[in-house]
Design a binder for this molecule. Structure first.
Ligand code: CO
Length: 133
């Protein structure tokens, strides 16, 4: 299964409001949505760049996935999300080809998307997300 495009790039930040100012004032992008995803213990901010989004991720809990990531690696690129026509099928495909999955089945992500993650151990160090509408 082949992605149609890069849906978004997820970037872990310590301070959402400060990082939003950078993307707005220096890059001239417009934050079109701020959303809390309680499930993931994050607050997210979205910017559109062509058909790809930048998704800023601020942790709401030091024990959450982004809190732990920043503790270990600092701020920076956290994951890349590929747009897939069918996340469930794409996850199955990857698994049957020996890729270790974080999510065996799709779950609900920000913006109401269906999402699923592949383990970075199987993807040359890049936490990889599949998503679809
Ligand atoms: Co994402």
């Amino acid at each position: 299964m082949t992605p149609t495009h890069i849906e978004h790039i997820g970037i872990a930040v310590k301070n959402l409001d400060e990082s939003i100012r950078y993307y707005e004032n220096i890059l001239g992008l417009k934050c079109y949505s701020i959303e809390e995803v309680a499930d993931q213990k994050v607050r997210t901010a979205f910017f559109m760049v062509g058909q790809t989004k930048i998704e800023l991720l601020e942790s709401t809990d030091p024990e959450g996935p982004i809190g732990k990531f920043i503790e270990k690696k600092g701020e920076g690129i956290h994951h890349i999300a590929f747009a897939m026509s069918d996340v469930a099928a794409a996850l199955k495909d990857a698994e049957s080809n020996g890729v270790q999955l974080i999510d065996k089945a799709p779950r609900k992500g920000a913006e109401g998307l269906q999402i699923g993650f592949l383990h970075p151990k199987s993807t040359f160090g890049v936490l990889t997300e599949f998503c679809s509408k």
